[in-house]
Ligand binder design. Structure first.
Ligand code: NAD
Length: 260
């Protein structure tokens, strides 16, 4: 379905971003990986994607908390691949604390990566997509882009911002062949959430699996984690012809979290 298309997926060396890159490649898209991690491990991921899917996979190391690096990622990806058809803004981090205790540098870092990087990558990629008259921008927001939880001020503010930015991107490009939507996952068991499960286990003095169940019980009525693969498939859907008229909206996979 996506043969001859090229996708840049930010934060794709781990978790949700990696699964999105793998699912896009499974549909024939060439992919540009980005994110932190061990260089040998990343090279293995890159080569596996190429071998398993008969596509080209590239890796660009860029710290997306820096505006210039984010813009350079897009410029380098265009130089490497010739064009970008799909941009998935996925890289993100978390920090939890009460507002009055929230460290300024964590607030600034979450805003820079979870929100401003989405703006800079989008601003840099749009002229390329506009030239070709086709593009898909998918922003990985969160259930926290729709509702709030205590102790996550920066994350909730940034993810609400991502949902708003997705709507503006959609409006400014409506009818041009370019769509922009936000995906809102509930709990997904990735390293980002594993840290929160470990913190809960410590706080409640329980084992990890009991803490994982408690985390789900608090928010996610299905009591099941969303999988990275399910999110990858959701992104593939947003890149399909079926989603051509879907723009400026949210696709929520949260086990019922935001239904109540
Ligand atoms: P993860 O920690 O597994 O992966 C994060 C990725 O971002 C990694 O590849 C990491 O190397 C990369 N990254 C971190 N800092 C970076 C930086 N400065 N520059 C470039 N890359 C950087 O996390 P995840 O759970 O897969 O999260 C991916 C996205 O999904 C995030 O935006 C997160 O907010 C969102 N999300 C996650 C969940 C969940 O339950 N896990 C739920 C809703 C939304």
């Amino acid at each position: 379905m996506l043969t001859d298309k090229t996708a840049v997926v930010t934060g794709s060396t781990s978790g949700i971003g990696l699964a999105i890159a793998q699912q896009l490649a499974a549909q024939g898209a060439n992919v540009v990986l980005n994110g932190f991690g061990d260089a040998d491990e990343i090279e293995k991921l890159r080569v596996n994607i190429e071998l398993q899917n008969d596509v080209k996979a590239y890796y660009i190391n860029a710290d997306l908390s820096q505006p210039d690096s984010t813009r350079q990622l897009i410029q380098q990806a265009v130089q490497l691949t010739g064009r970008i058809d799909i941009l998935v803004n996925n890289a993100g981090i978390q920090h939890t604390d009460r507002i009055e205790n929230f460290p300024t540098e964590r607030w600034d870092m979450i805003m820079a990566l979870n929100l401003s990087a989405v703006f800079h990558a989008t601003a840099e990629v749009l002229p390329h997509m506009q030239k070709h008259g086709w593009g898909r921008i998918v922003n990985i927001a969160s259930a926290h882009g729709l509702v709030a939880s205590e102790f996550k001020s920066a994350y909730v503010a940034a993810k609400h911002g991502v949902v708003g930015l997705s709507k503006v991107t959609a409006l400014e490009n409506a009818g041009s062949g370019i769509t922009c939507n936000a995906v809102c996952p509930g709990w997904v068991r990735t390293p980002l959430v594993e840290a929160q499960i470990e913190a809960l286990a410590k706080k409640n003095n329980t084992d990890i699996e009991t803490a994982a169940k408690a985390l789900l019980a608090e928010k996610q009525p299905s009591l099941q984690f969303v999988t990275p693969q399910q999110l990858g498939n959701a992104v593939v859907f947003l890149c399909s012809d079926a989603a051509e008229q879907m723009t400026g909206t949210t696709l929520t996979l949260d086990g019922g979290w935001t239904a109540r």
